[in-house]
Design a protein around this ligand. Structure first.
Ligand code: HEM
Length: 513
């Protein structure tokens, strides 16, 4: 080809590209104008940029790393209690409205942009439609009832004992332990045994799995990114595995879970459901559930259900436990009071009592609640939409099918509900009955309504059992760890403190005798 022809071809390609970009820009501007002036939410207050494009949210969550939750709070101060925070979604800053959005009455769907980074619609968590979600959730609820958790608490107790045996060996060694990793090993071992009958044996290994912290926060990074660029989910799902691993080695843990869960699902579908097992597991229950048809029992769906539960039941509890340990070591008087109270029912931690006895202890319960209030783990804003009816907030009528959200941190850090909200103060849960009811009303670590946390009963049990073992068996001292390693600074779907990279570390000083 002559150089003239080549340069003409290059010019033409350049012009075609320019034309395509131009067309895209015209469409984008038209879309923004429609969102601003002709959209059903056009009259709601809030910054125009936020209403016009998802890039506004992406700036705070992707570039400034999980800070939109704080920006939303500032926007409320300026624009009032109900605002438009992106082209599709309204946000409310008014704790009395929480139960109207996170409600058990009526139908509630989820907008796809909230969940697609995690699940294309196979797990209950990723199911957008209300009725479909109910079908899937009903099958799971049975397995996570309080009664079921009670009957399987020996699994949790054995693992808590094992972790404390391991921690005791670090006594007086001067080796700092990343407690988010240590508790992550415990929660993942527990949820894997409970859900898929697999003994992962993380506690049995040398050291502690600190990479789980990076993995969960990596998931948060991806979640924020694909909200602005949904196409990335499809791209990511079609990339070769070696490429994904080279780009983000922390994701390996998750890809391994996919493989493990898929192979377990295949095996379970092949085996006789009546075959005796050590204890029932959630995947067996789904397979045996007569209300679920064959399309609900494919290996891929089972894999997504299992891995979502593994995801949801690991980083959340380990963060609450780490928060509790930090505040107790920072407040020796609280620790002493807690130990004295636990000793009244469990004089020897090596002879553990059932957690039903622990949950009757008022001060222990106050400590667990305060740890959940400040270390609630799942910080993501999760919108709900009423598909078939308008909602009313004051004088505002919210059109049907509009995603509406509220943030748990805005509830738990609200100064009018919890005076001096960032102070760890178990006493606030020991007030008179009326005051306790008032606090309970706005205490939402597990969210509420049809899509509240599936694993809250299991979470309470793990928190009581693991904390009682830790508190009664070892003396800890923070190692180069401050409040900046604990307090919520960013919303990376899970809570992220300012100095999250090193993790909160502690030395085991003594074994309590
Ligand atoms: C301290 C521990 C935990 C906290 C703070 C927590 C918090 C939450 C919150 C706030 C939600 C609502 C998310 C949304 O709005 O979409 C949720 C949902 C969920 N949680 Fe938990 N969680 C914890 C432990 C667990 C455990 C142990 C499991 C294991 C079974 C679990 C499984 C789930 C699942 C499957 C969902 C989705 C439910 C649905 O959409 O139907 N969580 N959790």
């Amino acid at each position: 080809m002559s150089s003239k022809l080549l340069s003409e071809a290059q010019n033409l390609t350049g012009r075609v590209l320019l034309l395509l970009v131009g067309i895209w820009a015209v469409f984008y501007v038209a879309k923004v104008i429609r969102r601003l002036y002709f959209h059903p939410l056009a009259k709601f207050p809030g910054p125009k940029l936020a209403a016009g494009t998802f890039l506004y949210e992406a700036y705070y969550d992707v570039i400034k790393r999980g800070k939109y939750v704080h920006r939303i709070e500032e926007m409320h101060k300026r624009y009032g209690p109900i605002i438009r925070i992106n082209p599709q979604e309204l946000h409310v800053y008014d704790p009395t409205f929480y139960d109207s959005v996170y409600s058990g009455n009526g139908k509630w769907s989820k907008p796809p942009y909230m969940v697609r980074s995690m699940d294309p619609g196979f797990s209950a968590f990723g199911t957008l439609d209300h009725d479909h979600h109910r079908l899937r959730r009903d099958a799971l609820n049975k397995f996570f009832s309080k009664q079921k958790v009670n009957s399987l608490q020996h699994v949790i107790q054995d693992l808590a004992n094992k972790l404390c045996d391991k921690l005791e060996k670090y006594s007086n060694t001067g080796i700092p332990i990343d407690f988010e990793g240590a508790f992550g090993d415990f929660t993942l071992d527990a949820i894997a045994e409970y859900t898929i009958d697999s003994k992962l044996g993380l506690i049995d290994r040398e050291g502690f799995t600190s990479d789980l912290r990076k993995t969960f926060r990596g998931l948060g990074e991806f979640g924020h990114l694909v909200k602005a660029l949904p196409i990335l989910t499809t791209v990511f799902n079609n990339l070769p595995r070696w490429f994904v691993l080279a780009a983000n080695p922390n994701i390996k843990v998750l890809l391994d879970w996919d493989d493990t869960c898929l192979s377990i699902a295949h095996n379970l579908l092949r085996t006789n459901p009546d075959e005796t097992k050590e204890h029932p597991t959630v995947l067996r229950e789904i397979i045996a559930d007569p209300d679920l048809g064959p399309s609900e029992k494919t290996p891929k769906r089972l894999m997504f259900e299992a891995k979502t539960i593994l995801n949801a039941g690991t980083g959340t509890i380990s963060w609450t436990l780490t928060t509790a340990i930090w505040y107790l070591t920072a407040n020796p008087d609280m620790l002493a009071r807690l130990r004295a109270e636990i000793r009244t029912v469990m004089p020897n931690a090596r002879n553990p009592v059932k957690y039903q006895e622990l949950e009757q202890l008022p001060y222990f319960t106050a400590v667990v609640k305060e740890s959940l209030r400040l270390g609630f783990g799942a910080t993501m804003r999760s919108a709900r939409a009423a598909p078939d009816r308008a909602l009313q907030y004051g004088n505002w009528t919210i059109p049907p099918n509009t995603p509406v959200s509220m943030s748990i941190s805005h509830m738990h850090h609200h100064p009018e509900i919890y005076p001096d909200p960032m102070r760890f103060d178990p006493e606030r849960w020991l007030g008179d009955t009326e005051e306790r009811h008032r606090l309970e009303r706005f205490f939402v670590p597990f969210s509420r309504g049809t899509r509240n946390c599936l694993g809250s009963n299991l979470a309470w049990a793990e928190l009581y059992i693991m904390l009682s073992q830790c508190v009664m068996r070892i003396d800890l001292e923070p190692f180069q760890t401050t409040l900046e390693h604990i307090e919520m600074y960013s919303d990376m779907i899970v809570s992220e403190p300012k100095r999250w990279k090193e993790g909160p570390r502690f030395l085991v000083k003594n074994v309590v005798t």
